[in-house]
Ligand binder design. Structure first.
Ligand code: MIG
Length: 818
């Protein structure tokens, strides 16, 4: 009998397998027999080229790129040859020089910046990261490994890290499950998921980015791999976190915290932020599958104005097209679209139209003809066209990963925009195909010259479609901001579009789910998100619809939408008391527009998320890792939607600090839960002490009337708090040339005084002249008010003890004293 002597590495491999018990290692994909996994061996050599470091075990190579002080990227090349460096998520890596040092002792190689150390252990190639206090934040539990894919070529690639007892996980886009992902196993593969349910996975988007919080310290992992990818957060083995993909490179970014907010900001540094939307896009939008014919659209629009319910956007779903052919009009239903859009615009409505990727196979249809002639449609590996059935019938699909195709697609919007269309809604771009679900794996993609099969391009297809749409519109619009919305996407999609969470259901459970999904999207790099208010399929009753409008008021994107076979679903469809409450909340949205727009600016410029779950305020409190009902919009307004029928009151957790109940101005000291009434007319809303919340007058649509003055709600606090207030033209890209106004307020009080300081940046001057101050919560009776040293005598204290006075908007310093 031949004696088999195990070398230490093999022993290790077997041990790892047994210990890990990882089913996925033994069953990597449907019907594919496992071949042996290969693990990194012993690192023997290191070399450095600027901020790039290469470690090798003699065969495989690991690349470590120091992106900046907080971010390092790890890549593995099983046989020493890396793929060309290209990513749709990360347009370019910063090439600012970073101070970095390489250490080499008998135990490890270490690459260090001022904030992060990456350790490469010499005995086994384990990689770990630590902070400047030597606290290990992320550590391999096995050397990085891979497995040859005998069917398609390439490798399955795996990374396994430790999972600590109290480590919790967040992020990953729109996963319909608890906010905290500990114990979950998830897959990224864009999927049309009509009427999805709790825990259904995957859904429409792939965001391979998670944030870990362990013992109060956060770090992020961005696994930039577009293939079908999997994540396990201590599900299979509670001591391990792993991520792996069915192809491509093992490539991930380690993003240092220590705060979750730092991680999200760094993630945005890599993948970009959302451009400023046109201000109207933050208003209320009304959608339905479908409003047609034209007379129906007009009736709905008129309904808003008659009911005095503000609305800025009205949507045309697929029935506006001729036989569902993109870029055409059904002239029976819409004989003169240009006139209709113009009339709607005169009444303050922007028209948004839907677009699908499936192009009807029809030689008399110019879009198809041109695409065919220019070879713009996707093909199979045997060179036949990729064909599938969608709404128009037999279709072919543009290869949006080809820059020339994107350019062509972008140009097709010419006519729609000439007709007055202001926004484009990109649907079905997972891509969705009736029956088959999506494209077969072998479909080829140009992938911006880097080539790939659908296995590699699937998860980015939708993002490249909406990119083509956005860039095309931007060109046609010149200096005007396009508005786009997409269903599918990959990390980085926020540079091109807002998103909605897809085909939800009119149930209380989906209201809860939508709340979590929006928070999660927001912390996963997708700030401009919302749900189909009311639920896409099924019938909400008045109470559910109203509760959804209330939550939607605090979704960055606020749109009601419903499937075609449902009853009417406008904010007045349920009669009183619902109509009045819906109106009140939509009005609240319009009053808060300047605050919400400022939060958007903070996102765009600084990379802050717009919605922030409580865990992002106080990650050091373990209990907060499990709170998922309440969130803040920006950092000043805390909201807790009501998600149970008939609820009369509920507990709301307030982070540390003082909070004002928005409805009563009563102050509560945070750090605990408070029982809060939840009559149908309100949801719990709290304002952080020290905030300056600007308010615009209610209008029926953005820009209906000139703004005469802005209300400034100032909430007293006895500690210092900063607030931002951003304004600009609201529809051009002039902000890129510093034509904006960014104001910063500092509020600080004592027992007998309150100071408000204002500073300004930018070149924009709003037309209105005056601020109308509402000073809330003063613990003393004010007797002296001075603005920039001049005493003001014209003030009032109203019945709610709110101090009111007016002043021109330019001031530097206000002092209110006893
Ligand atoms: O196969 O365009 O998610 O919002 O109304 C359904 C019709 C296609 C799915 C979208 C939904 C939209 C619907 N679309």
């Amino acid at each position: 009998m031949e004696e088999h002597i195990l070398n230490p590495k093999e022993v290790f491999n077997e041990l790892v397998e047994e210990e890990e018990g990882f089913r996925h290692l033994n069953n990597p994909a449907d019907g594919i027999k496992p071949i042996t996994k290969k693990y990194l061996g012993i690192p023997t050599h290191v070399s450095q080229a600027g901020n790039k470091f290469y470690f090798t075990d003699g065969d495989a190579k690991v690349e470590l790129v120091v992106v900046n002080e907080e971010i390092m990227r790890v890549r593995v090349a099983p046989h020493g040859v890396f793929l060309e460096d290209f990513s749709y998520a990360v347009p370019e890596l910063s090439n600012k020089p970073v101070a970095v040092s390489l250490y080499n002792d008998e135990k490890e190689f270490k690459v260090s910046t001022a904030k992060v150390n990456c350790h490469i252990r010499k005995s086994d190639f384990f990689i770990s990261f630590s902070d400047s206090n030597h606290v290990v934040t992320s550590a391999d539990a096995a050397p990085m490994h891979w497995e040859e894919n005998t069917k398609f070529g390439g490798y399955y690639v795996f990374c396994t890290k430790t999972c600590n007892p109290d480590e919790n996980f967040f992020g990953m886009g729109d996963k319909p499950t608890e906010l905290n992902l500990r114990g979950k196993r998830l897959t990224n593969w864009n999927t049309d998921a009509y009427s999805f349910g709790w825990n259904q996975d995957p859904l429409y988007r792939s965001i391979p980015f998670y944030i870990s919080v362990n013992e109060g310290i956060a770090h992020g992992i961005f696994f930039d791999n577009t293939f079908k990818a999997h994540f396990d957060f201590g599900a299979e083995d509670k001591t391990k976190t792993s991520f792996w993909a069915d192809g491509g490179e093992l490539q991930y970014y380690y993003i240092h915290g220590p705060h979750m907010m730092d991680v999200v900001k760094s993630y945005h540094l890599l993948t970009g932020t959302h451009p400023m939307p046109p201000l109207w896009a933050l208003g209320y939008h009304q959608c339905r599958w479908s409003y047609y014919p034209e007379s129906k659209v007009r009736v709905v629009a008129k309904g808003f104005r008659q009911n005095q319910i503000p609305c800025d956007g009205i949507y045309l779903d697929i029935d506006y097209m001729d036989g569902y052919r993109c870029f055409t009009w059904n002239r029976k239903y819409f004989p003169d679209p240009k006139k209709m859009i113009k009339d709607l615009a005169a009444d303050g409505f922007k028209t948004v139209v839907i677009i699908d990727p499936g192009i009807r196979v029809d030689d008399n249809y110019p879009v198809f003809k041109e695409g065919k002639e220019k070879k713009y449609f996707c093909r199979r590996s045997d060179d036949y066209f990729m064909e599938g059935h969608v709404w128009p019938g037999r279709c072919q699909f543009p290869d949006f990963t080809n820059p020339e195709v994107r350019e062509w697609w972008g140009g097709l919007f010419d006519e729609l925009i000439e007709m007055g269309v202001a926004g484009v809604w990109n649907d079905m771009n997972e891509p969705a195909v009736f029956g088959a679900g999506t494209f077969p794996d072998d479909v080829r993609h140009q992938y911006d010259g880097y080539r790939g099969s659908h296995r590699k391009a699937h998860n980015v297809y939708g993002m490249q479609m909406v990119r083509a749409t956005y860039e095309g519109m931007r060109k046609i619009f010149k200096n005007k901001r396009p508005f786009t919305i997409t269903r599918a996407g990959y990390s980085g999609l926020q540079r091109y579009a807002s998103v909605w969470t897809g085909d939800n259901v009119a149930t209380w459970e989906h209201l809860k789910l939508g709340n979590i999904q929006c928070q999660r999207l927001s912390m996963s790099g997708i700030p401009f998100c919302g749900t189909d208010i009311g639920g896409f399929s099924g019938e909400p009753d008045g109470e559910l619809f109203t509760r959804w409008i209330q939550m939607g008021t605090f979704s960055p994107f606020m749109r009601a939408h419903s499937a075609g076979d449902t009853k009417e679903r406008e904010p007045w469809s349920f009669g009183e008391p619902f109509t009045a409450i819906n109106r009140k909340f939509i009005e609240l949205r319009y009053r808060l527009l300047p605050y919400m727009y400022s939060a958007f600016w903070e996102h765009h410029r600084y990379g802050f998320p717009i919605l922030r779950p409580v865990v992002m305020q106080e990650q050091e409190v373990l209990k907060n890792h499990f709170r998922q009902d309440e969130f803040t919009y920006g950092d000043k307004i805390l909201v807790c939607p009501v998600m149970e029928p008939g609820q009369k009151s509920r507990k709301v957790y307030l982070p540390k600090g003082d909070w004002y109940n928005y409805w009563t101005n009563e102050v509560t000291v945070g750090g605990d839960e408070v029982e809060t009434p939840t009559p149908l007319e309100t949801i719990p809303i709290f304002i952080k002490a020290g905030s300056v919340i600007p308010e615009y007058p209610v209008m029926q649509y953005v820009g209906e009337k000139p703004i005469e003055e802005v209300k400034m709600n100032v909430y007293y606090s006895d500690y210092e708090v900063n607030s931002f207030f951003f304004e600009d033209h609201g529809e051009s890209f002039a902000y890129e040339q510093d034509i904006y106004s960014e104001k910063k307020f500092i509020v600080n009080g004592t027992e007998s005084s309150l100071e408000i300081q204002q500073s300004m940046e930018g070149l924009y001057t709003p037309r209105y002249d005056a601020y109308c101050f509402n000073i809330i919560g003063l613990p003393f009776i004010p007797a002296h008010i001075s603005v920039d040293g001049k005493e003001i005598t014209d003030y009032a204290i109203n019945s709610e003890k709110v101090l009111e006075f007016k002043h021109t908007k330019t001031f530097k310093h206000i002092e209110i004293k006893k």
